[in-house]
Design a protein around this ligand. Structure first.
Ligand SMILES: [Zn+2]
Length: 258
């Protein structure tokens, strides 16, 4: 069984420069969620997926996991109402110490001022059935950190978001998808699963601490989106090459800073 795990960032008309590919237009997002619902896919959160994989429980027919990284504020205005209208669930990965602030880690690509959800918004999304996961405290590149700081970024973000929600936080997403070297720390911190990127469809036997995700980009047309849902291998390979090239351009610029 294929488990496409979709990865979004911002849902917004506005996006500058190299961050542009990671801001999906609100109209496109609406169309994508409408298509997903129309095709009869069942959404589940990463937390729910993890529980089922651990317990060996059956998954719903045509499962799809919808994830958002970074906790951009536009999730509240452009994504949450659409998800609610279609009765879809999703997972939002927030950067615990930047809740209510801006995407400072994107300073070098000119998008360091994008507003992030504040604590009230995080709680509102959680109350609406959205899973809130951890995406570190400050969005560093994890493979560049000393062990103490790595542990603090991972376990610290879990504790801070749990305080914010008054509820457990059970899944994690690696900044920039960099999971090697951080995987064991994430497992030891008590998470049940973690999302990488890896540009392919997930399968039930996959490593729960490096789940593969598929990036939905600004230029992902509705046909291509449908193929992501189907796990169409040929189109995935094409998407892989183009997405990887663009993603790494952004990542490299963001990293030059540190
Ligand atoms: Zn991120």
């Amino acid at each position: 069984m294929r488990i496409p795990i979709l990865m979004y960032h911002s849902v917004s008309e506005a996006a500058d420069g190299s961050f542009g590919p990671f801001a999906v237009r609100p109209g496109d997002f609406s169309a994508q969620m409408a298509l997903l619902a129309e095709l009869g896919h069942a959404t589940l959160t990463v937390a729910d997926l993890a529980v089922r994989l651990v317990a060996g429980q059956a998954l719903p027919a045509r499962p799809v996991v919808v994830t958002f990284d970074d906790g951009f504020k536009d999730f509240m205005s452009h994504a949450l109402p659409v998800l609610a209208a279609h009765r879809l669930v999703a997972t939002q990965y927030v950067v615990s110490d930047l809740v209510g602030a801006t995407s400072r880690w994107l300073d070098d690509v000119g998008e360091g001022g994008r507003p992030l959800m504040d604590a009230a918004a995080v709680r509102e999304a959680h109350a609406a059935g959205i899973e809130i996961g951890a995406h570190t405290r400050t969005h560093p590149r994890l493979d560049a950190l000393a062990p103490d700081r790595l542990h603090d970024e991972v376990a610290g973000s879990k504790a801070r978001i749990e305080d914010m929600l008054g509820a457990p936080v059970t899944t994690f997403a690696y900044p920039f998808g960099l999971y090697e070297g951080a995987r064991e720390i994430v497992r030891e911190a008590g998470f049940a699963a973690a999302c990488a990127v890896r540009y392919r469809t997930s399968f039930p036997g996959d490593d729960r601490f490096a789940l593969a995700r598929l990036i939905v980009r600004r230029d992902t047309g509705l046909d291509a989106f449908g193929k992501l849902l189907d796990g169409d291998d040929a189109s995935l390979r094409m998407t892989f090459d183009r997405t990887r090239a663009a993603a790494w351009r952004v990542v490299r610029r963001a990293m030059r800073r540190g």
